[in-house]
Design a binder for this molecule. Structure first.
Ligand SMILES: Cc1cc2nc3c(=O)[nH]c(=O)nc-3n(C[C@H](O)[C@H](O)[C@H](O)COP(=O)(O)OP(=O)(O)OC[C@H]3O[C@@H](n4cnc5c(N)ncnc54)[C@H](O)[C@@H]3O)c2cc1C
Length: 467
């Protein structure tokens, strides 16, 4: 099932038993000495690191829209044709893997209303050619207004205009989920990805790298990746972590979503002002918030109404991530919400799934035999657990900061955001979407480049261990 690209001269072998080109690695790594480790957040240090790295000048750009094809072309089975599964399929297919996507539904589509596409996923989707299908639908808000719950007074503002776009090289978008999904499907089809409907997976075999459908059919691949968003009920999750699967627990937050025809709103003076500029508005108050923006090329007005329910503790804990990282698995991977569902308060759940796909495709480019999969997957998992756990934390922090009761905490928060409302310079903010450090961490992240760095790091550690 494995197709090896004939003219490839292997440079890297990742497993401990097959470090054939150790010298090549050491040369590459030594070339970036003396050691300039990014032990603190610094764009300047990163610049210096890149400058010192000879690799940087000799190889193709790590974030190319024409990526190096995989040296070992795999037959990959993806379970779930949601936003994560289709993104992953695109990331893999554009590097030459053969991808088969199994979807339980009888028809493709996305339920629900809107979705935000922040720059950390937008830059990948642009690079992958998805925006050729999505651009016509995408709305580019000028900013995000944080408003007081009772009177709509502006208390925070994240500018998403020219400076933001120049900083992150891509706009901040809002789209209808159905349009996003359709664009992903179109691009995946163009790349030759087969999406098979009526294909509900009911069983996984990690050893055989296969899945069983409810029809009884077994489908095998070199690698199975589940993007089945069944959260803690995910069948794939049960196969990988039988001891860790638990019944769903309510995480304390609930959300309602709705859309309204913009034309109807335009006839109502009381609310028509909300449409004046393409922007996001978030009204925050004790234990609840309402987020609104237009989607569907400005034709539809979207609302997300969230409130806290204190009945249960959060489902996702650091303990889970640690136990997860210690697990060894080989031919079955989970991504997207199935791996790391999160509160929607950073608007980053699907973005994390897109990043997962990007990182996995990059990691797989480093293998030349199937035996190297475990090493590569561990490197992938380590990077993605760190990133998605951090984003889970950031989402939880927004859940706290936004929902203060009126009083001293709320006033201190509003004061810390005041400069951004009047357009004065500021270096920190309680608004994580504006805070410069958080912005760079969230939106400046390039999942393909970061996976390359994580790969270098994994190899470096391997060499150190091997002496
Ligand atoms: C209120 C709210 C607002 C949000 N806003 C944002 C936002 O603005 N930006 C953002 O990035 N994220 C946002 N998110 C998060 C985002 O919606 C999810 O993170 C994302 O949809 C997860 O993608 P996925 O592919 O993992 O799962 P999904 O897109 O749900 O796809 C899972 C797919 O797997 C299929 N499937 C399941 N089980 C099986 C099986 N056994 N066999 C075959 N197929 C199967 C399903 O039918 C489905 O098609 C929001 C979430 C919520 C709740």
């Amino acid at each position: 099932m494995v197709q090896v690209v004939e003219d490839y001269t292997p440079v890297v072998n990742g497993t401990a038993s097959t470090v054939k080109s150790r010298k090549t690695y050491q040369q590459a790594i030594v070339s970036s000495q003396p050691s300039l480790t990014a032990s603190y957040l610094s764009q300047s240090l990163r610049f210096l690191q890149k400058l010192r790295s000879k690799e940087n000048f000799t190889e193709e750009p790590r974030s190319s829209s024409h990526p190096t094809p995989a040296r070992l072309r795999l037959n990959i089975v993806v379970v779930g044709a949601g936003l994560g599964g289709l993104s992953l399929a695109i990331a893999l297919a554009r590097r030459g893997h053969s991808v088969r996507v199994l979807e339980q539904a009888s028809k493709l589509g996305e339920v629900g209303a809107s979705i935000q596409i922040p720059p950390n996923s937008g830059r990948l989707l642009h690079r992958w050619g998805v925006f050729e299908y999505l651009e016509k639908w995408a709305v580019k808000p000028e900013g995000i207004n944080f408003r007081r719950w009772e009177d709509g007074q502006a208390i925070g503002y994240t500018a998403l205009g020219k400076t933001f776009q120049a900083d992150f090289n891509v706009p901040y978008y809002v789209v209808h989920r159905a349009h996003f999904h359709e664009a992903l499907h179109q691009r995946a089809s163009q790349l030759g990805v087969a999406v098979e409907l009526h294909s509900r997976v009911v069983g996984y075999s990690e050893q055989k790298s296969s899945v069983v459908l409810d029809s009884g059919t077994t489908i095998q691949g070199d690698l199975v990746i589940a993007a089945d968003d069944s959260r803690i009920k995910s069948k794939a999750r049960q196969a990988i972590h039988p001891g860790l699967c638990q019944d769903p627990q309510f995480n304390g937050f609930a959300a309602y979503r709705a859309t309204v025809d913009v034309q109807k709103m335009q006839n109502s003076p009381e609310i028509a002002w909300l449409l004046e500029k393409p922007s996001l508005n978030i009204r925050i108050g004790e234990d609840r918030h309402v987020m609104t923006y237009t989607i569907a090329a400005g034709e539809s007005f979207n609302m997300v109404l969230s409130h806290i329910d204190r009945s249960e503790p959060a489902t996702w804990t650091e303990k889970f991530a640690k136990e997860h990282i210690q697990q060894e698995f080989t031919r079955l991977v989970i991504i997207g919400d199935a791996a790391h569902a999160m509160l929607p308060y950073m608007s980053q759940g699907a973005a994390m799934a897109v990043e997962d796909g990007a990182a996995l495709a990059v990691a797989l480019n480093h293998i030349s035999t199937i035996d190297e999969l475990p090493f590569v997957l561990r490197a992938f998992e380590k990077e993605r657990i760190k990133r998605s756990s951090d984003m889970q934390n950031a989402s939880t922090v927004n859940g706290l900061i936004w929902h203060f009761a009126d009083g001293p905490e709320q006033r201190a928060r509003d004061t810390s955001m005041a400069a951004e409302v009047v357009g004065s310079p500021f270096t920190s903010s309680a608004n994580q979407w504006s805070d410069p450090v958080t912005q760079w961490w969230a939106y400046g992240y390039d999942a393909e480049s970061k996976m390359e760095e994580a790969w270098d790091e994994a190899v470096r550690a391997l060499i150190m261990r091997a002496g």
